[in-house]
Ligand binder design. Structure first.
Ligand code: A2P
Length: 327
């Protein structure tokens, strides 16, 4: 059931990966085990998800037992906003590889175009109100040049970006000796970002869709910072439910298939065994042209991951996430 897209680096990327944000260590260890058993080979993580060590432990068990070969895995991790500056790239990828217990990752992404100031211990510097301070000295193009060295060192097979808009990508492309292989951003029926998708495709940059199912789980994080927002349930949209029923599939499977059909990688997150199996089982049905068009008409420019969790980030000049739902 695993299908692949070929990146501009020549490497193949499984079109479905397992998202791991919003999962605890214990949840993640169990989920990765089930996921590998179910056939997932692509796993998406990041230092800010705080689960690289847990993932590393499971991968080591599988690799040591010979149940999977390293070259069959596709592991994604990211340079966090706390280290998004040229001088921090080398030490940060080294730490991720140590935590993941790997010699290399398949792709290393700049997690956000935003950079934030940190305390001595590398945690985000917050004022008494919990507001972070943007780092105005960092620059995505000098960071990119350091990212290229990660490939030269063999620590990543490919490199890319995440949460970049077209203008930010253009700036990187202008100086890039190695072009970004992917741009990972929020993409689903309610936030389609067609211009950005088209631009990436025209530039040979594979789109990776995060929150492909609408990321309802973000609500509990929003609550922590006192943010109350009504989040839509994409799996409850009547058109989605009706199309799912017509194929004997679930709404989640329809949402994922609609994305994959346009050669976009998806990384649905689940820690539930049934649901994570379900999310990989999307190749035995086909959406009709009418169904696909119906889903394409659902766009609402509704951004779920609007960076509200990083309070103060809107003061950063690279912040581009304002939309009608972002205050
Ligand atoms: P759970 O981990 O309990 O399955 P996204 O990938 O867009 O961030 O969405 C992930 C959210 O959707 C999580 O809350 C996850 O919960 C839930 N989810 C993942 N897969 C499915 C599915 N097949 N059906 C229903 N909910 C799902």
């Amino acid at each position: 059931s695993n299908q692949f897209l070929t990146l501009n680096s020549g490497h193949k990327m499984p079109i479905i990966g397992l998202g791991t944000w919003q999962a605890s260590d214990e949840e993640v260890e169990a989920a990765i085990d089930v996921a590998l058993e179910a056939g997932y080979r692509h796993i998406d993580t990041a230092p800010i998800y705080r689960n690289e060590k847990a993932i590393g432990r499971v991968l080591k068990r599988w690799l040591d037992a010979g149940k999977v070969k390293r070259e069959e895995l596709f592991i994604v991790t990211k340079l966090p906003p706390t280290a998004n500056r040229a001088s921090d790239v080398a030490a940060t990828i080294k730490k991720s590889l140590a935590d993941l217990q790997l010699d290399y990752v398949d792709i290393y992404l700049i997690h956000t175009p935003i950079s934030v100031l940190t305390n001595e211990d590398g945690t985000i510097k917050l004022d008494s109100e919990g507001i972070m301070e943007p780092d105005l000295t960092s620059d995505i193009t000098t960071t990119w040049t350091e990212m290229e060295k990660v490939v030269a060192n063999g620590q990543a097979k490919s490199i890319g970006v995440s949460n970049f808009d077209q203008e930010q990508l253009e700036r990187v492309l202008k100086i890039a000796k190695i072009r970004p292989a992917t741009n990972q951003f929020e993409h689903h029926v309610y936030l389609q970002q067609r211009d950005l998708v088209d631009f990436c495709k025209a530039q040979g940059i594979v789109v990776t869709a995060y929150s492909p199912l609408g990321s309802k789980g973000i609500a509990k994080y929003n609550a922590v910072v006192g943010l109350v927002r009504d989040l839509p349930d994409l799996m409850d949209i009547p058109d989605v439910k009706q199309i799912a029923a017509a194929h004997g599939k679930t709404p989640a499977q329809v949402l994922l298939r609609w994305i994959i059909d346009r050669d976009i990688v998806v990384i649905p997150k689940s820690t539930n065994p049934e649901r994570l199996k379900q999310n990989l089982d999307v190749f035995d049905f086909k959406l009709t042209a009418e169904e696909s068009a119906k889903l394409s008409k659902l766009d609402q420019n509704f951004r779920v991951c609007d960076f509200s969790l990083l309070r103060g980030c809107e003061r950063h000049p690279e912040f581009r996430f304002k939309n009608q739902y972002t205050k």
